[in-house]
Ligand binder design. Structure first.
Ligand SMILES: Cc1cc2nc3c(=O)[nH]c(=O)nc-3n(C[C@H](O)[C@H](O)[C@H](O)COP(=O)(O)OP(=O)(O)OC[C@H]3O[C@@H](n4cnc5c(N)ncnc54)[C@H](O)[C@@H]3O)c2cc1C
Length: 299
């Protein structure tokens, strides 16, 4: 019977492990990817995590994992597929059919960006295509970029990029935007923002990096960067019958990570929150571990 079972070894899970282990609890981290460190491993450069300016995402993940391992935390490779509440805590079933028992669970399975699937999108992933304006916007100073999407993320990204880039094309497949009218109004007043409605990206072309965006309206845009904001997919399939989710599928909880199920905590991108970043995931992990520690002490 483990004290704290952590699902996922991204920044949220690994920080939760540091805090729970240093409280002298018995901790086990279950991660489905071999030596996985979460989404940050996909980022070639991270400039907004304090103390690690210019760090490669893969290396930052490795450093955090080494830190967790140095504290003696055990990792287990496997995918959690379902959870059952028991009299003493939780039974977690893995895809391999193994069952792990724990007093508490901290669920940090993250969220995945919905990918663009058009000709060229795979080739230019990370070579001109980004899924995070607050992460990568600064690499496109005084450049021409396109933002794809129609919700608040797309509008926020376009606004942020309009302060950094030379020109921002905001491309939406419909006439009406789902995002806030007030942000759209601000964008409409920006001289360097061009809003293109009723258009779909058909193809991305270029040599080594994305250079042109071909739209189904026949228009070709010359760009250096493409920011895709067509939604996130929270990884909540395994917990959807256990805890309350919000309308977008994220687990409802405050910063303390307390969910609708006592003893089952959440941290990181999979939680309802505004800003999904490494630093906020790490902060969530510390808070959720603290909640789990308090829960175990008081039981
Ligand atoms: C390309 C890219 C660039 C980014 N750049 C930056 C940046 O520059 N700065 C920044 O702050 N943020 C950046 N981000 C965002 C940042 O990486 C995320 O906000 C952060 O990783 C979220 O951490 P997390 O621990 O909540 O989840 P994740 O990092 O998503 O980790 C979740 C982990 O859980 C595992 N998992 C999922 N389901 C299960 C299961 N059922 N069983 C077992 N394991 C499971 C996954 O394999 C994964 O390892 C970037 C993201 C991407 C994709």
């Amino acid at each position: 019977m483990t004290d704290v079972l952590i699902i996922g070894s991204g920044p949220a899970g690994m920080t939760a492990a540091i805090y729970a282990k240093r409280a002298n609890l018995d901790v086990l981290v279950v991660e489905k990817e071999y030596e996985g460190t979460g989404q940050m491993a996909e980022s070639s450069r991270i400039d907004n995590y304090p103390g690690f300016y210019g760090s490669n995402g893969y290396e930052l993940g490795e450093k955090i994992r080494e830190h967790v391992e140095a504290l003696g935390v055990a990792f287990f490779e496997g995918e959690a597929v379902s959870f059952e509440k028991t009299a003493t805590g939780f039974k977690t079933t893995l895809e391999s059919s193994e069952v792990l028992e724990s007093k508490t669970v901290i669920y940090t399975a993250g969220a995945a960006h919905r990918k663009l699937t058009v000709l060229g999108s795979e080739k230019f992933d990370n070579r001109g295509i980004s899924y995070c304006a607050s992460c990568d916007g600064a690499f496109y100073q005084k450049r021409d970029v396109a933002v794809i999407g129609g919700g608040n993320s797309a509008l926020d990204d376009a606004l942020l990029l309009s302060e950094i880039c030379n020109k921002v094309y905001l491309i939406h497949r419909r006439a009406e935007f789902r995002g806030d009218a007030s942000i759209l109004e601000k964008l409409e007043q920006k001289e360097n923002v061009e809003i293109i409605r009723n258009a779909k990206v058909q193809e991305i072309v270029g040599e080594k990096k994305a250079e042109k965006l071909l739209l189904d309206t026949g228009v070709t845009l010359e760009i250096q960067g493409i920011f895709v904001a067509i939604g996130m997919i929270p990884q909540t399939e395994a917990v959807k019958d256990l805890v309350t989710l919000d309308e977008s599928g994220y687990i409802k909880a405050g910063e303390d990570g307390i969910t609708s199920e006592p003893g089952f905590f959440v941290a990181g991108d999979v939680r309802t929150k505004e800003l999904r970043q490494i630093i906020t995931a790490a902060a969530d992990g510390a808070n959720a571990a603290n909640s789990a520690i308090q829960y175990i002490i008081r039981k």
